[in-house]
Design a protein around this ligand. Structure first.
Ligand code: THU
Length: 138
């Protein structure tokens, strides 16, 4: 079942994700992404994509936000909003989905938006079904 998220909260999180997008460091792709991750404490963690001349050390906006949050002591999350500069709202890449699965439950809503405010909402479980998790290591 999809967890409900209020329209006002969606707008609030998208506004913050847009602010993070403006700080993206993207000299190679020119493709900006901003993320806003809400912890159960009520705190918001913002992230942007940060690219590198060697390409592979580049980090996505979503992982920047997750790593900021976890390093600040927050490990449970309510929702994620992402904004990107493409025409259509982009969804998190496969690596970010796997990182999200480590800390977020499958019902967590992920709001994906373009800069014009067109968005859709998917749950993490919809984006990464049959995920490999810590339970598989037992
Ligand atoms: N990117 C993100 O930040 N998040 C995504 O979900 C997809 C891709 C970044 C990585 C790279 O800096 C740029 O977008 C182009 O792939």
């Amino acid at each position: 079942m999809k967890r409900m998220i209020h329209e006002l909260e969606i707008k609030n999180m998208l506004r913050m994700a847009n602010e993070a997008l403006d700080r993206a460091y993207v000299p190679y792709s020119g493709f900006r992404v901003g993320a806003c991750l809400k912890g159960v404490s009520g705190a918001y963690y913002l992230g942007c994509n940060i690219e590198n001349a060697a390409y592979s050390p580049s980090n996505c906006a979503e992982r920047t936000a997750v790593f900021k949050a976890v390093s600040e002591g927050e490990r449970e999350f309510e929702a994620l909003a992402i904004v990107s500069t493409g025409e259509q709202p982009a969804t998190p890449c496969g690596v970010c989905r796997q990182v999200l699965v480590e800390f977020c439950d499958p019902e967590m809503p992920i709001i994906c938006s373009n800069r014009g405010g067109k968005y859709n909402i998917k749950t993490l479980g919809e984006l990464l079904p049959f995920a490999f998790t810590k339970g598989d290591l037992t």
